[in-house]
Design a protein around this ligand. Structure first.
Ligand code: RB5
Length: 150
């Protein structure tokens, strides 16, 4: 499995913690698009880099992090083909995959610590899309993209 991860300056420590979890799970090729320090960066730029790998097929999933997870998840969901779920609990992380077929997970480095984040990442990656009625609803979500006015 390939995962691309990125964060703004508000979640660099969480990014490192999540990368350690991914290494522990094993069998995951991780691409880290930054940022790598405390200098302020703009979270839409990070969302764009991570999501390009997902929509381009280079990554099976993306993980995007910022201070709250809000800005970067909003930005990610503007990109066609992306279903980004902001999750700060395990139940939501599971449902994001099972019901919404989320392909990007967002979390906030100023909201949760490494312990809960680890459980969320594991739950997100272990859960499988259930299809059926959920596929119909996800299809309708994706159809909203093509009905956008220019
Ligand atoms: C950056 O200061 C902060 O606004 C960002 O990390 C995030 O919380 C935005 O939603």
């Amino acid at each position: 499995m390939n995962i691309t991860i990125g964060s703004d300056h508000g979640a660099v420590a969480l990014k490192d913690a999540v990368k350690a979890v991914l290494a522990d799970i094993g069998g995951i090729e991780v691409s880290d698009v930054g940022t790598f320090g405390t200098d302020s960066v703009d979270y839409p730029d990070i969302a764009e880099r991570v999501c390009a790998d997902v929509t381009g097929g280079k990554a099976d999933f993306g993980i995007v992090l910022c201070g709250t997870g809000l800005g970067i998840s909003i930005a990610a969901n503007k990109i066609h083909g992306i279903r980004c779920a902001l999750c700060h609990d395990v139940f939501s992380a599971k449902k994001a995959r099972q019901h919404n077929d989320a392909n990007v997970l967002a979390m906030g480095g100023r909201v949760i610590g490494p312990g809960p984040a680890e459980e969320i990442v594991r739950a997100f990656l272990e859960a499988k899309f259930e299809g059926g009625r959920h596929a119909r609803r996800v299809g309708k979500i994706m159809a909203l993209e093509s009905s956008e006015k220019e």
